[in-house]
Design a protein around this ligand. Sequence first.
Ligand code: PGA
Length: 254
Amino acid sequence: MRVIIVDSYEQMGVEAANIVAGQIYLKPASVLGLATGSTPVSMYQRLAAVHRTVGLDFSEVTTFNLDEYIGMGADNPQSYHYFMWENFFKHINIKPENVYIPNGMAEDMEAEGERYEKLIAGKGGIDLQVLGIGQNAHIGFNEPDVKFAATTHKVELDEETIQANSRFFGSIDEVPRYAISMGIKTIMMAEHVVLLASGKNKARAVYKAVCGDVTPEAPASILQLHRDVAVIVDKEAAALLPETIRGVHITRKG
Ligand code: PGA
C-alpha cells in the first residue's frame, strides 16, 4: 500500500484524478471501477475539468460502478445511477453504452450478480478501481461480516451505514435496507486500486484498513493483500496512522 497524505478534500480529488487520468492516457480503452458517495465527488469534478480544459478522452473508457440500492430505478434521484450521471458522466464524453451499474430493480439479484460479473470479465476485468470507505470500514457495500463475500451479491446494509447515508434522504426511514454490491473478490481482482478517505470520521476506518488485522469485520483491511493500492487521505482521515507508515505527504501550492 502507498499512503499519500494530502492537506484537503479538494487535493485528495486532484491526486486521485491524476492517477485516473494517467491510467486513461496510458490505456485509452481502460476499464474503471467507480464509487459513489461524497468522497469521490472532488475527483469527478477534477476529471471533468481535465476533460474540458485539455480534452482527457473518455470515449473508449468503460466503467463499472460498485453498487446500487435495491428498489431504485435509474431515474430515481436517490439512485446511484442518477448520482453518477449528475456528478460525472454528463460532464465527460463517455458513451452511455460503456457505463455499467448493477440493476437495483432486477427481479433476481443472484442472477443480476452473475450477469454483472460476466460483464466485467467480458471486458477483460477492471484496470483501476476507485473506492471510498465507510465509517465501519466497508468498501462498496461489503459490510463487516464473519466472512468475505466473494462476488457481486445482495447485501443488507448495516445500521451504521443506514445512519451515515440518511444525510442524503429526507428521513432515516427512507434509506433503503438492501443493496447490490460488487464483492471483495471482484474488487481484489482489479489491477490497481485507489482508496480515498476524507475527514476525521473516517480516521478509525482508515487505521483499520491500513494497519489493522486483515479480517472480514473490517472489509477494507483485505486491501493489505492487494499488490497495488494507493491510499489517498486528507490529514484528518490520516490522523490515527502511525508516523512509520506515512508514505508521502503531498502539499501543492497554488
Ligand atoms: P461517503 O461514503 O463517501 O459518502 O463517505 C463512502 C462509503 O460509504 O463507502
